[in-house]
Write a protein of this length. Structure first.
Length: 94
């Protein structure tokens, strides 16, 4: 929705908007993907393996809270961030 904020798009999803999708066949997608020199998994990852292990450890240390509700996202993130900082400070991991 050009000229609108993402928040507006989420709070008023039925507002008029133009569908600008361009259909692309699977053969073209596969050909384009074949030009990317890394695996899909590597291309789509957000962090390196060391940080992923650190984050997984922090998640377990805070009790592996349920992630099915958006209402607990910030508290989970904050707890993990604090735990990661503690691990970095105490274990000199990074």
């Amino acid at each position: 929705m050009s000229g609108h904020t993402p928040r507006h798009a989420f709070t008023v999803p039925n507002a008029p908007a133009e569908d600008c999708q361009i259909p692309i066949d699977q053969v073209t997608i596969d050909a384009l993907r074949g030009q990317i020199p890394v695996s899909r998994a590597e291309a789509m990852r957000w962090v390196d393996d060391d940080f992923a292990r650190l984050a997984e450890d922090a998640y377990v240390r805070i009790g592996s809270p349920d992630l099915s509700s958006i209402s607990t996202g910030w508290s989970t993130f904050s707890s993990m961030a604090n735990t990661i900082q503690m691990l970095k400070d105490n274990l000199h991991f990074l």
